[in-house]
Ligand binder design. Structure first.
Ligand code: TYM
Length: 328
């Protein structure tokens, strides 16, 4: 059976970017495939060396996963640090990962610029740990947003390299999966590129209606189009991109047409967008609060998930060791 895997760093609550970039695609696959969804707590150490209440953040994320509709009976929901096998695979992959290619990764260069006093080896080898997460279960489909494309390309390269080096077919090449036509990037509403926790511009699934309305009404706009059918500048395109994923197609078409006729009123667009986001988030928020109040249940989900993940991981590791030449 084809394996699906995806993950998230526990550095904050789930936002609309996480949902539409990865979660929505994953929800579609959980019915048909053997699925793993994990929380990349070790990965978060590359940027947050003292993560604070990591157990609390992990529980929050699991509550949010469940609230989105992940079914722990169908999906193994687990915490990366509960499945130590990934470290062994990370080590083997690192032996065949080259300094030059790791240094050239865009995310490494970006993070090195953002945190010049902490350009650590974990940051450099982030793509190998991510490849190990995926190859640990020999996953073929990986629901991720557009920002993960380079990491996915590295994972495919490491899979191919392992197979070539050891003359085997052990690892399939994992492909990015998305429910839409192409990979998704949900923008922030502050005029900057992507919506993200560290960018400080995120709309969280757990946000209440007042917070959502406030955030959306503050979104950056311009003076409006002066020529019919003109190309939308980035700040306006950002609003339309979010409208496209949360609102009904008629709503999107209505505002798009108004824009094309130079008759758009951004106040109306923002009000509608805010209400559609509130309608989308409110039931999820209610479920998050319910799940989050039951730590015992959450810990049980994580323990169950870790058992399933360890079983699959140790099967892969047995073959990896044998292939490289270690005693199994
Ligand atoms: P992370 O924690 O940054 O984000 C989790 C998932 O959400 C997607 N995402 C977005 N998609 C569209 N628009 C956005 N604005 C947006 N922001 C976040 C990400 O693409 C991701 O799918 N390296 C990963 C975590 C990870 C992982 C893995 C993922 C570690 N190992 C193995 C898949 C497979 C990360 O930092 O995601």
């Amino acid at each position: 059976m084809e394996i699906v895997l995806s993950g998230i760093r526990p550095t904050g609550h789930l936002h609309l970017g996480n949902y539409f970039g990865a979660m929505k695609s994953f929800l579609q696959l959980q019915e048909e495939y053997a699925c793993f969804f994990f929380i990349a707590d070790w990965h978060s150490l590359t940027t947050h060396p003292r993560p604070g209440n990591i157990v609390g953040s992990v529980r929050e994320i699991i509550a949010e996963y469940l609230a989105c509709g992940l079914d722990p009976e169908k999906v193994a929901i687990y915490v990366q640090s509960d499945v130590k096998e990934v470290l062994e695979l990370y080590l083997y992959l690192n032996m065949n990962a080259y300094l030059g290619e790791l240094e050239r990764t865009t995310t490494f260069k970006e993070k090195a610029r953002q945190q010049p006093d902490n350009v650590n080896a974990g940051l450099l080898t982030y793509p190998t740990l991510m490849a190990a997460d995926i190859l640990l279960h020999r996953a073929r489909k990986v629901p991720v947003g557009k920002d993960q494309e380079q990491n996915m390309e590295m994972a495919r390269r490491f899979a191919r390299r392992f197979n070539t080096t050891y003359e085997c077919e052990l690892f399939p090449e994992p492909e990015s999966f998305t429910f839409s036509r192409s990979a998704i990037k949900i923008p922030g509403l502050d005029g900057s590129g992507k919506m993200g926790k560290s960018e400080g511009n995120a709309l969280y699934l757990v946000d209440d209606a007042t917070t959502i309305r406030k955030k959306v009404m503050k979104a950056v706009t311009d003076n409006g189009p002066t020529e019919p059918n003109s190309t939308k500048p980035e700040v306006i395109q950002n609003l339309f991109t979010i409208l496209e994923v949360v609102s009904a197609p008629e709503v999107y078409d209505h505002f798009n047409e108004q824009y094309n006729r130079c008759a758009i009123r951004y106040g109306d667009l923002k009000k509608q967008l805010a209400e559609d986001i509130v309608a989308f988030c409110t039931p999820i928020r209610e479920r998050i609060l319910e799940y989050a109040s039951d730590a015992t249940r959450i810990d049980k989900v994580a323990a169950q998930g870790a058992d399933k993940a360890r079983e699959s991981a140790s099967r892969t590791l047995r073959e990896v060791r044998r292939t490289i030449g270690f005693r199994s």
